[in-house]
Design a protein around this ligand. Structure first.
Ligand SMILES: Nc1ncnc2c1ncn2[C@@H]1O[C@H](COP(=O)(O)OP(=O)(O)OP(=O)(O)O)[C@@H](O)[C@H]1O
Length: 488
């Protein structure tokens, strides 16, 4: 919180500074204009200021005509930037659910597509702005776009401004107003009136602007450098690899050696596993030895905050650093191994089909015929949603989190599970928002599809779908494993 507040304060300070800079320029500009109008009028008569104003007027009209397409591009760029930022925000605020789905590569592809569109529009914009910057007067040098352009454009405009000043001075000279001046006086007058002063002023202004930009750039580069360091350190502990593995969190603890024959039959094998939440020494579970094996549905129960979801985080390697003991992960985290349904379902942007097939690539051939997918939706009581959308592939421009009720989200997550029919599934309070009838229906379907379940839940009604109960007692990490009898 404190860091966030500091960041906001810094941003506000930065904006204030920029604002006062602009205000100062605005306040000074009428005096500057008045002074130069007077100077031009005193040496060239009324024709000088008139020519300059006429020139400004023509330039403004041209500018306006050239600006219109740029405005449309700027609008598009803003929209795409908003889309891109929204995507980042969506991933950030649902990071854990997304990690449980192992959807890193899919989300990256989607974010990259948005970034590519944004960069493409920005490139077009920069090109248009570049041509805009090749304008004729100092007036254009003061407009916002000019700040970003190459020095070549600026010099072009400066030279044209200077040429105009010579043309204006030529009128009184050739009409004989300065016939009484000696060549050296005339030369001094020309030098005085030539646009050198303006040129120099604008040069210095550019220089100062550039210094500010360089400072900004240095700050941004520093931040980007930090971000890249952080990202590369994260990459080292990347958890996107769904391959089976064995982790020895604490080599002092003896490892349980699962035999090859256990492969595919056991999803997780834990031996002497203890864990705490990050940044805390409160042991949630101590010395847990247990296997999640094919055909045995396990229900994890315990009071709120006793570490049930944390167990799933440990199994899924989201918390690597806070546990000790040995965990063997004998099936991949994928549709061929184990799929997670996190407490908070995660949805991506895209059509209804993309939600169902998530997190796998859109161009993969469909595993089921459309009528089978629709049947799954029917079983999850989601036909109203299907009818509302008008099909599986109708493009959607809304945010799924805004339009689905929590219960609909959970049912849609189950459709995803049924679509892939993995041998193992981990359900974290996946029916907490649903009625008992729907819960019964969905769990029965899991049984029909032969999906072995590891469920976290509070309801007693869940027991009928499980064979074993793993109770986390919360007292110094105590736990108990007991069979559930059909009549329980
Ligand atoms: N990212 C985190 N950093 C630090 N502590 C955390 C973090 N996430 C959870 N905790 C703490 O770990 C403890 C166990 O949390 P966990 O989510 O496993 O509880 P739970 O048993 O699933 O509870 P509930 O039934 O309410 O969902 C809680 O005290 C919680 O505050």
């Amino acid at each position: 919180m404190v860091k966030g507040d500091q960041r906001i304060t810094q941003d506000v300070d930065k904006t204030c500074n920029k604002f006062s800079e602009i205000l100062a320029r605005l306040l000074i500009s009428p005096f500057t204009i008045a002074y130069y109008v007077y100077q031009t009028w005193s040496s060239t008569g009324y024709l000088g200021p008139l020519c300059v104003f006429g020139f400004f007027l023509v330039s403004t009209v041209i500018n306006k005509l050239l600006m219109s397409p740029v405005v449309a591009l700027v609008y598009k760029q803003e929209r795409l930037e908003g889309d891109f930022r929204f995507k980042h925000m969506q991933i950030r605020s649902n990071a854990e659910s997304a990690a449980f789905y192992r959807c890193g590569s899919v989300e990256r592809e989607k974010a990259d597509t948005r970034l590519a569109k944004l960069v493409d529009t920005q490139q077009k914009l920069v090109l248009r702005e570049y041509f805009l910057s090749c304008k004729l007067t100092e007036y254009f040098l003061s407009c916002k776009f000019a700040e970003y352009f190459l020095s070549f454009s600026i010099q072009c405009a400066d030279y044209l401004g200077s040429i105009l000043s010579y043309i204006i001075l030529a009128i009184p000279i050739f009409t004989g107003k300065y016939d009484d001046l000696t060549p050296s006086e005339l030369s001094a007058l020309i030098s005085k009136n030539a646009f050198v002063t303006i040129y120099l002023i604008s040069c210095f202004t550019r220089l100062i602007d550039m210094a500010a930009q360089v400072t900004d750039l240095a700050g941004t580069t520093h931040r980007t450098g930090q971000l890249m360091d952080e990202l590369s350190s994260l990459e080292e502990v990347s958890r996107d690899d769904p391959s089976p593995s064995r982790d020895l969190m604490n080599p002092a603890v003896p490892t349980m050696h699962a035999t090859n024959s256990a492969y595919g039959k056991v999803a997780y094998s834990l031996d002497g596993v203890s864990y705490t939440p990050p940044g805390s020494d409160r042991v949630l579970v101590r010395d847990l030895t247990w296997q999640f094996a094919r055909g045995t549905n396990v229900l994890v129960t315990g009071d709120s905050g006793c570490g049930k979801t944390s167990l799933l985080r440990i199994l899924d390697r989201l918390w690597n650093t806070t546990c000790s003991g040995s965990i063997e992960r004998l099936v991949p985290h994928s549709r061929r191994g184990v799929l997670y349904l996190p407490q908070k379902p995660f949805f991506t942007d895209g059509t209804l089909r993309q939600q169902i097939t998530y997190p796998y690539k859109e161009h993969e051939p469909s595993r089921l015929e459309d009528h089978d997918v629709i049947k799954l939706l029917q079983e999850a009581d989601l036909m109203a949603l299907y009818d509302r959308l008008g099909g599986l592939d109708v493009p959607i421009d809304w945010n799924w989190f805004d339009v689905l009720s929590p219960g609909e989200m959970q049912r849609l997550a189950f459709v995803r599970l049924f679509y892939y029919k993995p041998p193992f599934a981990v359900l974290d309070e996946a029916t907490s928002q649903l009625g008992l009838d729907m819960e019964h229906k969905l769990y029965t379907k899991c049984r029909h599809l032969d999906i072995t379940l590891l469920s976290v839940g509070h309801r007693d009604t869940l027991k009928q779908f499980h064979d074993v109960q793993l109770r986390l007692l919360g007292q110094g990490g105590a736990w108990g494993l007991e069979e559930i009898h059909p009549h329980q």
